[in-house]
Design a protein. Sequence first.
Length: 57
Amino acid sequence: MDENMTAMILRVIERAPQWLRHDLESKDDSVRRRAEETLAAMIADALGNGTAENSAE
């Protein structure tokens, strides 16, 4: 993984909405899985489009 990719992933995580952060900590497996899938989709979108600007909104 190069520095640009790492920086892009970090920007996505930094911009993750509070509900997503909360759900990632959930003890409920389905809630946590949904949050993980959402975060993965946000990261994939940012990597695919070369930007993290709109991926977390």
